[in-house]
Design a protein around this ligand. Structure first.
Ligand code: XUL
Ligand code: CO
Length: 433
């Protein structure tokens, strides 16, 4: 036991009458919502990088957090893992997620870095034996080290491509070993700064081949989880190739991987792409790509990826409504890819950030489930398209222009506009949220 979270109790569901800050008011893991336990719906995960590895820097200043495990040694990595599992226990977190670089010190060579990774993975594996927290996903950090400054799979230097492929192999091995349910690829620097030095065709072909190799390796090692791409439009690159869900779908189709790979959708990334979170979720579901979510929010004034914990029930309700409509998570879950603010120095800030976020998501889930169960919104949607249920109308979709023209003349078709009823539906929505 470390004493980092000393005095902080395990968080339990106490209902809305709770008086302590250290209690869940809405997240009740065992409560059944829409036929499933809340814990099984939401599948919360703690992100290792933001919670335990982030030093609190911003573009104008460096480290504000003073953590006893900061430092690039194996002893520090193990202390970090000890503290992480203590937090998982306090929160009763069902899952966690990691990058290789968050959990192990970088070595002097690829071989040494991999040895470090394997040693920490074994250590984490032992900790998981005595814990109920499982691994939602693992991933490789192919963006922080300077070798990745011009990309990983899309780098003009084949040696960086090689390093990246080798690293992903070791991270997929680590994810498999820890029983991970997904493997994520966020193309942190897969993009470009200027077209003046960039060959778009080559870079896309490199990325397509790289992803095919990831899929092949997944099948080779018998990894049963999902491979997920996490879209983001810019930052750190000026333009990133995995811009949004639609762009990722086009990329997957181009390389024939649309049945092998799904998406991990992050709220803040959706906003950066000029979409809403629910748009990205609904589109992914409609394309058969819905996998998992990174839950956070972006500050709407700053215009960059501020990765804050969610605090808005109405916003999150829109998201969980789409998650429920998509049939809920299978291998995916709700990963808090969110960091506390750099002034939030105390260990309890880290705990309370998660407690509040879990409560916000739980309230949002309950509201979304009640609305879905009520059925009025879906009945309205179905009624709006009801004309297409008639066989003679559906037949047009396998017809041709000339035959349809003949039909319009013969039947004297003369469309009459109907209300979209938006405000009425917004009123309905607000009765539930
Ligand atoms: C970056 C981001 C990453 C990915 C995993 O914006 O969201 O943390 O989730 O690499
Ligand atoms: Co993310």
């Amino acid at each position: 036991m470390t004493d980092f979270f000393k005095g902080i109790p395990q968080i339990r569901y106490e209902g809305e009458a709770a008086t302590s800050d250290f209690a869940f008011r809405h997240y009740n893991p065992d409560e059944v919502v829409a036929g499933k336990r809340m814990e099984d719906h939401l599948r919360f995960a703690v992100a290792w990088w933001h919670s335990f590895a982030w030093p609190g820097g911003d573009p104008f200043g460096g480290q504000t957090f003073d953590r006893p495990w900061f430092g690039d040694t194996m002893a520090a990595a193990k202390m970090k893992a000890d503290v992480a599992f203590e937090m998982f226990d306090i929160l009763q977190a069902p899952f966690f997620c990691f990058h290789d670089a968050d959990i192990r010190p970088e070595g002097a060579s690829f071989a040494e870095t991999t040895r470090n990774l394997e040693e920490v993975v074994d250590y984490i594996g032992e900790k998981m034996q005595g814990s109920s927290t499982k691994l939602l996903w693992g991933t490789a950090n192919l963006f922080s080290h300077r070798r990745f400054m011009s990309g990983a799979a899309t780098n003009p230097d084949p040696e960086v491509f090689a390093w990246s492929a080798a690293t992903v192999k070791t991270c997929m091995d680590a994810t498999l070993k820890l029983g991970g349910e997904n493997y994520v690829l966020w193309g942190g620097r897969e993009g470009y700064e200027t077209l003046l030095n960039t060959d778009l065709t080559r870079e896309a072909e490199q990325a397509g081949r790289f992803l095919q190799m990831v899929v092949d390796y997944k099948h080779k090692i018998g990894f049963k989880g999902a491979i997920l791409i996490e879209p983001k439009p810019q930052e750190p690159s000026k333009h990133q190739y995995d811009y949004d869900v639609a762009t990722v779908y086009g990329f997957l189709k181009r390389f024939g991987l649309e049945h092998e790979v799904k998406v991990n959708i992050e709220q803040g990334h959706a906003i950066l792409a000029g979409h809403s979170f629910e748009h990205e979720l609904a589109l992914a579901a409609s394309l058969g790509l819905f996998g998992s979510i990174d839950m956070n929010r972006n500050d709407y004034q700053s215009g960059w990826d501020t990765d804050q914990f969610p605090d808005s029930v109405p916003e999150m309700a829109r998201a969980y409504y789409e998650v429920l409509r998509a049939g809920g998570f299978t291998t995916g879950g709700t990963n808090f890819d969110a960091k506390i603010r750099r002034q939030s120095l105390d260990p309890e800030d880290l705990i309370l950030a998660h407690v509040g976020a879990m409560d916000v998501c739980a309230r949002a889930l309950k509201a979304a489930a009640a609305l879905l169960e009520d059925g009025a919104l879906e009945a309205n949607r179905a009624a709006r398209y009801a004309g297409w249920d008639k066989p003679e109308n559906r037949a047009m979709l396998s017809s041709d222009l000339a035959s349809i023209e003949a039909r319009v003349r013969a039947e004297g078709i003369d469309p009459q506009p109907k209300s979209g009823r938006q405000e009425r539906l917004e009123n309905l929505w607000n009765r539930f949220v």
